[in-house]
Design a protein around this ligand. Structure first.
Ligand SMILES: NC(=O)c1ccc[n+]([C@@H]2O[C@H](COP(=O)([O-])OP(=O)(O)OC[C@H]3O[C@@H](n4cnc5c(N)ncnc54)[C@H](O)[C@@H]3O)[C@@H](O)[C@H]2O)c1
Length: 290
């Protein structure tokens, strides 16, 4: 019960993108940090699904005796869901969690600059895209920062914070304060493609897919070898399905293009799966069927 707060801080948190990451970020913003949270998505169905997910997540917490019905009501009351970026006008801090495509994120940042107050900090949950490059298209490069949450956000303890070349100390301090209100552990990374976590994780996942592509093992065999052989909670192909194969591919493309090293070439099997619409758990099929 101690974990979830009923009071609220004055900060209003905006979240752009109501997918798996945006919904998780919104949950920790409201339920753990006690903030009012405004979620924006271009897709109304995603907004409805996000709303339902938050409600069901609260129900599970109640079943585990970690939340009361009253706290659930408070958590949901602090939420609002919107289709227009202009509805983020009152936000002090916005986290963007749209798909991992530079042009898409760049357009969102252009819209955010118009929609928010000049002092609003704009963070990206990008897995690999340069924060300095995103900052360069805004009017406030000192207030742009990377806030890379891990999936599933309410469960995973870490946030990787990425300081762009022009990010100010004040922006960094505010971001660290927000992360600590969300009860997260922090690692600060340099703004180099992939940062720390995905610079290491994605080539590992890509190599697992390559291992499958070359017929060295089956899906189950590769996952079993790594799960039991290296004592990780899940194998790399399960993890890839869970992250989203489209997201994995986009991250590999950023590493390949921006670091310019052929060792980051996305595995052709990964490209084929994404072309087929087999995106992992979120589409019902990836390396496994869901
Ligand atoms: N999936 C992971 O495990 C993981 C982990 C860490 C970081 N990330 C990063 O988080 C971001 C989001 O990933 P995800 O897995 O939540 O993706 P997702 O596909 O589940 O969700 C993306 C959401 O963004 C919405 N969207 C698209 N265009 C938009 C726009 N112009 N304005 C507002 N919303 C828009 C989509 O409708 C969708 O609901 C990516 O940058 C990804 O790299 C993902």
């Amino acid at each position: 019960m101690k974990q979830f707060l009923r009071y609220r801080f004055s900060t209003v948190l905006g979240v752009v993108g109501a997918g798996q990451m945006g919904t998780g970020i919104a949950i920790v913003g409201s339920a753990v940090a006690g903030l009012r949270v405004r979620v924006v998505d271009v897709n109304e169905q995603r907004l409805n699904a996000s709303h339902n997910f938050v409600s069901k997540w609260c129900d599970k917490e109640i079943q585990k005796n970690r939340m009361t019905d009253q706290i659930k009501t408070d958590v949901l009351q602090r939420f609002s869901f919107h289709l227009q970026m202009s509805d983020l006008a009152s936000c002090d801090f916005v986290v963007e969690a749209a798909p991992e495509k530079f042009e898409m994120k760049a357009e969102i940042f252009r819209q955010l600059v118009k929609a928010t107050k000049p002092e609003t900090i704009l963070a990206s949950n990008t897995s690999s895209i340069s924060i300095t490059k995103l900052a360069g298209i805004t009017d406030r490069p000192d207030r742009i920062i990377g806030m890379h949450f891990m999936n599933p956000v309410p469960v995973m303890k870490l946030i990787e914070v990425i300081k762009g070349l022009q990010t100010s100390q004040q922006t960094l301090d505010t971001t660290l304060e927000l992360a600590s209100k969300m009860k997260k552990e922090i690692v600060i990374a340099q703004d180099i493609p992939g940062f720390i976590a995905n610079r290491i994780l994605m080539p590992y996942i890509n190599e697992a897919i390559q291992t499958l592509h070359e017929g060295i093992g089956t899906v189950e065999g590769i996952d079993k070898a790594m799960k039991l052989g290296t004592n990780v909670p899940m194998g790399p192909l399960t993890l890839a399905d869970f992250i989203g194969l489209d997201t994995c591919l986009e991250i590999m493309r950023v590493l390949h293009q921006d670091l310019g090293d052929s060792k980051y070439r996305p595995c052709p099997l990964l490209v084929n799966y994404v072309n087929a619409g087999w995106l992992g758990k979120k589409s019902g099929r990836g390396f496994y069927k869901y």
